[in-house]
Design a protein around this ligand. Structure first.
Ligand code: GDP
Length: 297
């Protein structure tokens, strides 16, 4: 289960406070040292942990005693609020173009879940917005990726614009957008190539697609299982492409929390959706407060 280790650790830390009438400064410091260890073990970025712990500690030490809460409840409340803030405070909706089509470009490393998430998004838009999306198959390096997108397209009854693997992806996107315009599709979802790691050539290609398509949304798809590495890679993509949001995938697995808790702080960009399974309906809006509650158990 996601965040299991972190949740257990934090619950244990906070249970050590139970029954205490008033917390001494030393109690707070001790608890925060434990929280720090728990976050580092969950693979949260070091600087993020440092700032987080400092903020919580200062708030907890300076907190006026609230009659309605026990000292341990008060610390938990502060941790809850700061975790929520760390993950962006509020849900951020998908950007929408003033005129159709809204263009969404999916980017990320290979295997992160770009193609699957493209499908999930189209499914969501069809179901919730009665949208008529079009996919553009921009990953010309892996024939399997095009086939995968076509299969998803068939399942969802969403057309896929592709030119196989022979043409330049920038040209393909250009032609695909012309088709979307002709067919009055209200959303265009561009699937792009990934690599095993950040690579200059790929970034150049993505930059060219961005310059041509002017996407309303550039979603970085991050595999939450990769922990704080996901945040580092997201930062790399953001520096090159100025991403507009993040989708965290594989939160149905036993991910530790490093990606969810680091990515917003490291990139400054909102996590908009979370993937919680392989099926096309397993994409949810990301709510920082609910995620904080899930972590605190
Ligand atoms: P891409 O290379 O970035 O396009 O990645 P894919 O979309 O092909 O996904 C890689 C693998 O991750 C596939 O086996 C997907 O089924 C799986 N996957 C994607 N998102 C999720 C998710 O949210 N949960 C789980 N469990 N698997 C996922």
């Amino acid at each position: 289960m996601a965040f299991e280790g972190l949740s257990e650790r934090l619950q244990k830390v906070f249970s050590s406070l139970k029954g205490k009438g008033k917390l001494s400064d030393e109690d707070v410091r001790k608890v925060m040292r434990e929280v720090r260890m728990a976050l580092l073990e969950a693979d949260v970025n070091f600087d993020v942990v440092k700032t987080f712990v400092k903020t919580v500690r200062e708030r907890a030490l300076g907190a006026e005693v609230m009659e309605s809460l026990t000292p341990s409840q008060q610390v938990i409340k502060i941790v809850d609020e700061e975790l929520t803030k760390l993950m962006g405070q509020e849900a951020v909706p998908l950007n929408k173009a003033p005129h159709i089509p809204t263009i969404i470009m999916m980017v990320g490393l290979q295997g992160a879940g770009k193609t699957t998430t493209a499908g999930k998004l189209a499914n969501r838009l069809k179901t919730n917005n009665k949208a008529r999306p079009l996919f553009i198959a921009g990953d010309v390096y892996r024939p399997a990726a095009i086939e995968q997108l076509k299969t998803i397209g068939q399942q969802l009854d969403v057309p896929v614009y592709d030119e196989g693997t022979d043409n330049d992806p920038v040209e393909i996107v250009k032609n695909g957008l012309a088709v979307a315009k002709e067919n009055k599709n209200d959303y265009v979802i561009i699937d792009t190539a990934g690599r095993l790691e950040i690579d200059e050539q790929l970034m150049e290609e993505l930059q060219k697609i961005k310059d041509l398509a002017h996407p309303n949304e550039i979603l970085f798809v991050a595999d939450s299982m990769t922990g704080q590495v996901a945040a580092k890679v997201a930062h790399g993509f953001d520096e090159q492409l100025d991403i507009t949001g993040v989708v965290l995938t594989k939160l149905d697995g036993d991910t530790r929390g490093g990606a969810a808790l680091s990515i917003r702080s490291v990139t400054g960009k909102p996590i908009k959706f979370i993937g919680q399974g392989e099926k096309l309906d397993q994409l949810d809006v990301f709510h920082p407060d609910r995620m904080a509650n899930r972590i605190l158990g």
